[in-house]
Ligand binder design. Structure first.
Ligand code: C2E
Ligand code: MG
Ligand code: MG
Length: 549
């Protein structure tokens, strides 16, 4: 190697190693300084691909004005990633000398090594952005894409999805891990085929996927996800696999969004779909999320709240409309949480779901007994106070006995307490409920059937339950299309209950005309805003002093 060649070669090596990241452009630049010295008119590489890598030819250097002399020199290298990397070097105006060929082989080898570095870098970059199995964008890349999409248009044009394949572990077991991976890959491809240029999809790993879809295509996407058909090979014969997804979906309703919401919000929908309802699609709105959060707060702080006496019992008067006299009251629980009063509609359903309601119901009964005791002590003449027990409480085999003990321990007359329960459609529950009411009856404790006429109601209830009171639900009198037929039914129910020795009370009477209607039907004891709302204990005490309305 002569001096010039050595200098050229050093320069070439310096050039290709000077840039921080290897690119084909660097190689081109470095070659363009070497090529004229060797009388080269062009350098081309040919990469024979395997698998999903296509064959490609790439020009690394070309002098458009130069002539071509004879066949190009060819140097082939086996590569780690592709089959072969072949460098073609085309001589310009004269063939290469032997020395030059040796020298060019070194350059070709260096080009090859350099290309390997470029390729490895590209792969690393790609794998940092994609999920290795499906080749779809991974979480980070998806969020970037989604944010860009959404911000380029109007955010509220989009719905964000988070979904997974139903029964995927079963599919994996049935077809094996290898086929399972293939199924995920093809599922990913199907998703890619569905989405449009202004939508995007990502793969978070496993069977979990995310997508940002235009709202007008939301329903179509849900329908698509309910049945994705994938052809698989089952012991040599093709088989069609129908895949459905469990979906969490969030309609973006605002102009600014937090990147974490793009996956976070629909994922809440998905977990809700899976854990609570067993349904396929749950759309989360901001209002629904608020509710979910509330629920979490309830379950998280409930026991402390019980210990800290955050639960308070309000009393709603029951009035006999014949003389407008206070005849009883219902104890209704309220939660004073962080200075705000939370209504039972918010905290009772979650507590019922996890069975924690029992503690609260015992607590309310204890409070009511203590209040009655206080009134008696203060010389007030008490009225019957009813207390609600959830049907979920029936899981406690000793429910009736425990109620009896709480009343006994408080030292009040047990005839001053009435226990309210609602009916049930569930046959097994119906049996337990009957037993419970019978037990209380045997123990001398009054019971009432709450919300009669709301949803499920059956006349056999009247026959089977030994309850003392029938509480007619406000939905009965609250319908806009109350007809003469409803009136006949109401009148008959009230009459029948009376004949069977039950007391009848109607809840939710708000207006004079409703009162007249109920009175006409034969019911005179009323609980409703017409007379009073649920009152704090101190307010209710004033009603106790003078029972006249
Ligand atoms: P419920 O036992 O049927 O209680 C009657 C509900 O109707 C009360 O709602 C009461 O405020 C409301 N109400 C009464 N009169 C009127 C009226 O004229 N118009 C309207 N619009 N509403 C009226 P609240 O206090 O929000 O309680 C709701 C439900 O929560 C109760 O329905 C009961 O099922 C449950 N609940 C309340 N306290 C307890 C408790 O300590 N334990 C259990 N397990 N459930 C309770
Ligand atoms: Mg009630
Ligand atoms: Mg009721």
């Amino acid at each position: 190697m002569n001096e010039t060649q050595t200098r050229l070669h050093k320069n070439f090596l310096k050039k290709i190693s000077s840039k921080g990241t290897a690119t084909t452009d660097t190689l081109r630049e470095a070659l363009s300084e070497v090529a004229p010295y060797f009388h080269i008119s062009g350098v081309e590489v040919e990469i024979a691909g395997i698998g999903d890598m296509a064959d490609r030819r790439e020009i690394l250097y070309q002098d458009p004005d130069a002539k071509k002399q004879g066949d190009p020199l060819q140097f082939a290298f086996p590569t780690k990633h592709q089959n072969e990397f072949v460098v073609h070097i085309q001589p310009a105006d004269r063939p290469f000398s032997r020395d030059e060929r040796d020298e060019l082989e070194i350059y070709a080898t260096e080009c090859f090594f350099y290309n390997e570095i470029i390729f490895t870098n590209e792969q690393a970059e790609k794998s940092a952005m994609t999920q290795y199995l499906s080749g779809l964008p991974n979480a980070g890349a998806y969020v970037n894409q989604a944010i860009r999409l959404v911000m380029a248009g109007v955010p509220s044009d989009y719905s964000a999805f988070y979904f997974d394949i139903r029964g995927f572990s079963r599919i994996n077991r049935k077809y094996g891990q290898m086929q399972g991976d293939g199924i995920i890959r093809r599922y990913g491809q199907k998703l890619t085929e569905f989405i449009k240029y202004n939508e995007c999809v990502g793969h978070l790993g496993g069977d979990k996927f995310v997508a940002m879809i235009r709202q007008e295509r939301k329903d179509a996407f849900i329908a698509f996800l309910s049945d994705v058909v994938i052809e698989i090979d089952k012991d040599g014969s093709p088989e069609k696999l129908h895949i459905s997804a469990t979906i969490g979906e969030w309609d973006i309703e605002r102009d600014e969004i937090d990147p974490s919401d793009i996956i976070g919000r629909p994922s809440l929908g998905l977990s809700y779909a899976k854990s609570e309802l067993g349904t396929t699609v749950v759309s989360v709105t901001d209002a629904a999320l608020e509710k979910l959060n509330q629920k979490k707060t309830v379950l998280g702080t409930y026991r402390d709240a019980l210990e800290n006496d955050e639960f308070i019992v309000y009393y709603q008067p029951k009035v006999d409309s014949r003389g407008n006299i206070l005849v009883g009251a219902e104890g209704l629980v309220r939660w004073m949480h962080d200075g705000e009063m939370v209504s039972p509609g918010v905290f009772i359903p979650p507590l019922e779901q996890n069975g924690d309601i029992l503690l609260l119901d015992y607590y309310v009964l204890q409070r009511a007994c203590a209040d009655i005791r206080g009134w008696v002590k203060a010389g007030l003449e008490p009225v019957v106070i009813s207390v609600n027990f959830s049907r979920k409480d029936l899981a406690d085999r000793h429910l009736a006995e425990n109620i009896f003990n709480i009343i006994e321990e408080s030292g009040i007359d047990k005839s001053l307490i009435e226990i309210e329960v609602t009916e049930t459609v569930d046959e097994e529950e119906h049996g337990t409920l009957t037993e419970f009411i019978n037990s209380l009856c045997d123990l001398g404790i009054r019971t009432a059937i709450d919300d009669f006429g709301a949803g499920y109601s059956s006349l056999s209830t009247l026959r089977e339950f030994r309850a003392n009171t029938l509480k007619i639900d406000r939905s009965f009198i609250n319908t806009d299309d109350f007809s003469w037929k409803d009136e006949v039914i109401l009148t008959d129910i009230i009459h029948m209950a009376g004949e069977l020795g039950m007391d009848v009370i109607t809840e939710g009477v708000e207006r004079e005309d409703q009162l007249a209607l109920v009175n006409n039907a034969g019911c005179h004891v009323i609980q409703g805003f017409f007379y009073d709302r649920p009152l704090p204990k101190e307010e209710f005490e004033k009603r106790l002093m003078d029972k006249q309305y």
